[in-house]
Design a protein around this ligand. Structure first.
Ligand code: GDP
Length: 537
């Protein structure tokens, strides 16, 4: 029998009210590492910016993959950075960056309550941001937009906002408005308090920025800003205030309107203002869909789900960590919970709190928090654990892979290990496995969203299963599941420029060389419904 924890309803409500959880979505080089670091700096979690960066530089400098993994430790894929701000606990779910891009990046968004969309103001929307945005949209996550690098020449603020409106179909509301740009970037106007924040550059922003705050009506402002900048600002402000929408919190929480901020993470411009507004507007941990309907975070019984598994690559420490998002109730160390899929009980010992610097042990956690548990093979992606009445949270779907390769085992005597390894790595969610629709081709096809996933699979097959493998890349880059399965596919007849494979559950998946081929087939066969994601069964 599971032992229930004792937490009063009001303590639980307070804990939920004090939690904010988010992930940053961006394209490489937009400044995610820099912004993360500055958020930690303002959150008082680090005292001098540079810690996160130094760790990253170290990572890149190491050539040996194995060593690299050790360096990266728990941070190779997403970890959680926690800090206290204004009496609240902020959980930043760190999504893996460029070289590390994998399905974990998408899965992390399944555990997030809010997303911060970070764009380089000179570039606007970029491909990886769009992909991650689509995943946020599936969950209707609230999106906060931060236009970074305002200290460099960039695109016009209005044009950047228009791009979001037109291409993502999100309404924009500028919470602050920039004054100048590039060499003439003088700060921002905060529409919440109707104050100017004029910034002074600090040495690479390693300390909190000093800013001069002036009211909108302060006569000094005209002297402090050059005349042309001042008039341009006035004109733009008038325009967005007259023509732009009102701030609508409900729309923000429904993922239909995005609050917009301008700043420069490197020099700290606007980071503080962003964080303050974020604390007010962000969605608190909210109810989640389950087999028993929506479960509110204040539900008295603890529950959560696994969104990521992390294998330690160091053979001396063969531990696996399961990352669990707490959804309801209170988590306590050594708690005994039910495992929905296996139908058995598990004791949650050695929980870990994860931070940039390493792991710390953890005594308790609340909805919106993430805990790391040593995973002796009992957890898979999407698993639900709970106390009290049985429930299962909606699973995390498979996401459309973009890289495909046959995985070959050249040594027939290793067949058993090969098969076991491939099955276990698939179950763990390290990679998707597909098979050719042609029965004669038996080799599994690895399907991934990032190159690193291939490397991890080959490395682990060699180290943990003692099988050397070969990869034979396939020239496809787009995959779509066919709604209606094989029957629907057969009805559609012959399709050009596609290959048909089946996923681990025997469902048909179409592979295309490029997006254009995919659109062509969709155009020629409007009856064929294709999906970018598919449920895990
Ligand atoms: P990531 O790949 O998104 O994590 O990006 P980084 O944080 O590593 O930043 C990429 C590059 O942009 C680095 O050289 C940063 O110093 C630079 N950078 C980040 N933020 C700013 C900014 O606000 N202004 C300027 N000028 N450069 C920035």
């Amino acid at each position: 029998m599971a032992i229930s924890t004792s937490v009063s309803q009001s303590d639980l409500e307070t804990a939920v009210e004090q939690r904010r959880n988010f992930a940053i979505i961006s394209h490489p080089d937009a400044g995610k590492t820099t912004l993360t670091e500055k958020l930690l700096l303002y959150g008082g979690a680090i005292h001098e910016a540079g810690a996160v960066k130094a760790r990253r530089a170290q990572r890149h400098a190491t050539s040996d993959w194995m060593e690299m993994e050790q360096q990266r430790g728990i941070s190779i894929t997403s970890t959680v950075l926690q800090f206290d701000y204004q009496g609240c606990q902020v959980n930043l779910l760190d999504t893996p960056g460029h070289q590390d891009f994998s399905e974990d990046t998408y899965r992390t968004l399944a555990a997030a309550d809010n997303a911060v969309m970070l764009e380089d103001a000179a570039k606007g929307l970029e491909p990886q941001t769009r992909k991650l945005f689509e995943v946020c949209r599936m969950r209707s996550l609230p999106i906060f937009t931060f236009f970074n690098k305002m200290d460099r020449p960039g695109r016009e603020p209005l044009e950047l906002m228009d791009e979001i409106e037109q291409e993502l179909g999100l309404q924009t509301y500028a919470v602050n408005w920039p004054i100048g740009m590039g060499d003439r970037f003088r700060g921002v106007f905060d529409r919440r308090k109707r104050q100017f924040h004029l910034f002074e550059r600090t040495a690479h922003g390693s300390r909190e920025a000093k800013d001069t705050v002036l009211d909108l009506s302060d006569p000094q402002i005209e002297d402090l800003l050059q005349q042309d900048l001042y008039y341009q600002f006035k004109e733009e402000l008038e325009m967005i205030e007259e023509l732009g929408p009102e701030l609508d919190l409900e729309k923000i929480h429904a993922g239909q309107m995005t609050p917009v901020f301008f700043g420069s993470a490197m020099t700290n411009f606007g980071v503080h203002l962003f964080l303050e507004a974020f604390m007010d507007y962000a969605l608190r941990p909210s109810p989640r869909n389950s087999s028993e309907g929506e479960i509110p975070p204040t539900h008295e019984d603890f529950s959560g789900f696994v969104f990521k598994l992390q294998a330690n690559m160091d053979p001396k420490h063969r531990d696996r960590v399961a990352f669990i998002r707490v959804c309801s109730g209170k988590f306590e160390k050594d708690m005994v919970v039910s495992h929905a899929r296996l139908g058995k009980t598990v004791r949650l010992s050695h929980p870990q709190k994860l931070f940039a610097q390493g792991r710390q042990s953890l005594e308790e956690a609340y909805p919106g928090d993430v805990i790391g548990l040593n995973n002796p093979g009992v957890f898979a992606i999407g698993d639900t654990i709970y106390q009290g009445r049985r429930l299962e949270y909606d699973g995390i779907p498979c996401f459309s892979p973009e890289l495909f390769a046959y995985l070959k085992n050249p040594n027939p005597s290793k067949f058993k290990q090969f098969r076991k390894g491939v099955t276990e790595l698939r179950e763990e969610g390290a990679v998707q496995i597909m098979y050719s629709a042609d029965e004669a081709k038996r080799d599994p096809i690895l399907a991934a969203v990032g190159q690193l996933q291939f490397e991890v699979v080959q490395f682990r097959l060699k180290n943990e299963y003692n099988v050397e493998t070969l990869l034979e890349p396939l020239g496809y880059s787009v995959a779509r599941w066919v709604d209606g399965g094989w029957e629907a596919l057969e009805k559609a007849g012959r399709l050009f420029n596609t290959a048909t494979v089946k996923d681990s559950w025997g469902r048909p998946v179409l592979l295309f060389r490029n997006e254009w081929n995919c659109q062509q087939v969709e155009g020629e066969h409007p009856e064929l419904k294709l999906s970018k994601t598919a449920p895990v069964v």
